[in-house]
Design a binder for this molecule. Structure first.
Ligand code: NAP
Length: 347
């Protein structure tokens, strides 16, 4: 319930591009909406140095793009609160979102857009030395490594982009990748080959060492020969992909083998009124523009669902939203598009 004891039409969880785009479209659909973000809005984009492939924007910093997405949604009156969603209790009528503060938000629909968190390498020294040389954010921590030797781990877009960024600050950058081929886009591969970054390919970091001053070296295993090599480095920036933030996804929603949520083309799950958008959703291209598009889709689908639900229940909105009579039965809502998703719930 909101501060006036009202029930929300829509609760959005996560303030990245998917959540903020959902917020924009929800407000334009005149849904009473609240967005819950545990940190600063922007998600992974906010910690990205530069974004070069958001259509219509030649180049923009991740922080500026996050700010623009937030301001745009808030210009339509989106309510944004800082809190953490700890669980979702789906109800036959309203869904309840339980927040870390103890607050409970009740809503007709929920969009889960909680994205992902950096995957860990899982090697000795990694967890122990976070903040003392081990980092998952070049933009946040790169400054501390000016004129120092740093190592980036990974071969995807993030690793290459951040290695290129660090090469402008650090005295030397190593890029350690477990294969000889990169997953990153061709344009980034070209740039890394033309840069000063030293590539350490077919290799895996097996140990990170530090002393009281922080990280000083890593051990790298050459995977084809089994040879071990020590690289002296003061920073280890790890970009080996994302793990989906699926902890609050209610039981009954299908997750794929990697933990990403499966939805239909409307971002709808098997639970009526619960939608998933952004990096938490399984997809081919994890791009900002795709996350934003999914936020739009989920919000429009939620608006349609809420309209139908209120129409059936005879609830007429006190706001400006016009609810057109439609011939749908409660059975339609219960077994609506979500019911077309097949497969076994994996949790
Ligand atoms: P990613 O594309 O999943 O790449 C992860 C990289 O880490 C891969 O090179 C992978 O190696 C490696 N890796 C995974 N687990 C590892 C382990 N345990 N040890 C060592 N290496 C490991 O992740 P990402 O770069 O974070 O990108 C995530 C998504 O966001 C992608 O879809 C990407 O295209 C997108 N993105 C786009 C942009 C952009 O368009 N500007 C920027 C950033 C991210 P293998 O290749 O051998 O599997």
């Amino acid at each position: 319930m909101n501060n006036n004891g009202e029930i929300y039409d829509l609760v959005i969880l996560g303030g990245g591009p998917a959540g903020l785009s959902a917020g924009l479209y929800a407000m334009r659909a005149v849904l009473s909406t609240i967005l819950v973000e545990r940190a600063t809005p922007g998600g992974q984009v906010a910690i990205t140095k530069d974004v070069e492939n958001y259509p219509g924007l030649d180049e923009i910093t991740g922080l500026d793009l996050s700010d623009k997405l937030l301001q745009h949604a808030q210009s339509y009156g989106l309510e944004v609160i800082q809190d953490e969603a700890v669980s979702i209790d789906p109800g036959p009528d309203l869904h309840s979102v339980i927040l870390g503060s103890g607050k409970i938000l009740k809503a007709h629909a929920v969009i889960i857009a909680t994205g992902g968190a950096p995957r860990k390498l899982g090697v000795p020294g990694e967890s122990e030395f976070i903040g003392r040389g081990v980092s998952y954010c070049a933009k946040c921590d790169g400054f501390f490594f000016q004129d120092r030797v740093v190592t980036v781990v990974g071969g995807g877009d993030t690793a290459i982009e951040e290695a290129l960024y660090l090469s402008k600050l650090a005295s030397k950058v190593y890029l350690v990748h477990r294969r000889s081929g990169f997953r990153a886009s061709k344009i980034l591969q070209k740039r890394i080959h033309e840069s000063s970054v030293e590539l350490v390919l077919n290799s895996a970091v097996t140990q990170i060492y530090a002393n009281e001053d922080g990280v000083h070296s890593i051990v790298v295993n050459e995977l084809l020969t089994g040879e071990q090599r020590t690289i002296e480095t003061e920073g280890v920036f790890i970009f080996v992909g994302l793990m989906p933030n699926n902890r609050i996804v209610p039981a009954g929603i299908i997750l794929d083998s990697a933990g990403y949520a499966v939805t239909d083309e409307k971002c709808a799950t098997r639970i009526p009124g619960i939608y998933i958008a952004g990096d938490l959703k399984t997809k081919f291209a994890k791009q900002i523009v795709v996350a934003a598009a999914e936020g739009c889709t989920a919000a429009l689908a939620a608006a349609d669902y809420i309209d139908q639900k209120k129409n059936i229940m005879g609830i007429f909105d006190t706001r400006s939203r016009v609810i057109k009579p439609q011939s749908v039965s409660p059975e339609d809502l219960r077994t609506g598009p979500q019911a077309s998703i097949t497969g076994d719930p994996t949790h």
